[in-house]
Design a protein around this ligand. Sequence first.
Ligand code: PEP
Length: 247
Amino acid sequence: MRQTLIAGNWKMNGSLAANAALLDGIRAGAQGLACEMAVCVPAPYLAQAEAGLQSSPVAWGAQDVSVHESGAFTGEVAASMLRDFACKYVIVGHSERRSLHAESSELVAQKTLRALSAGLVPIVCVGETLAEREQGRTDAVVNAQLAPVIAAVGEQLAKIVIAYEPVWAIGTGKTATPAMAQQVHERIRATLAQADAAAAATVRILYGGSMKPDNAKELLAMADIDGGLIGGAALKAVDFLAIAQAA
Ligand code: PEP
């Protein structure tokens, strides 16, 4: 049994004042929901998320983590620092980090391992670009992104969350149809099963890419879609909660 996870990715949005209202709204509406909820906030606001969400059913986390444990890495944030703020989750390998910061799948795999070592749950993002989909390379691209992660985590596979986020659907308003998303999710699970069948049955595979209140229900109804990684719609409490209610 996989509990649905609805995780928000605030990206580089927010302010102390705006976050306070958003966190209050999420906290108030999250009571009694069947799914698990989490928000991944910009690092400077982790203390605010911790203060605003503790003793609520909503978890919090970060959007990236350093591959290094500590030391002379200016601007980086260590996994142990995220744990200091009681983060549960950390996103790794978001397509914006892969494309804008040239993060390779090997680096993403090492970040995944670093997060696990600190007791964090990594949400590992994978997904193809529009050109790759049109060339029929979706499975090859996703498998190539997953392979180093599967190899790096070994027996810890059951501890990770995967987010399938077709790059062409992120922030564009274009969503994969439920059938298109399910097809990729099913293949991801099959790939995981080749490494560890028991883990594959329990790993949550989230869909991300313009998930909104009006399309969430049909996406979340698919057999291998175990939740959502939500960008734009996570910035409005009412929309984020509506997605969680659809789960
Ligand atoms: C994301 O950035 O992870 C994302 C899914 O964004 P959006 O929901 O805005 O497409």
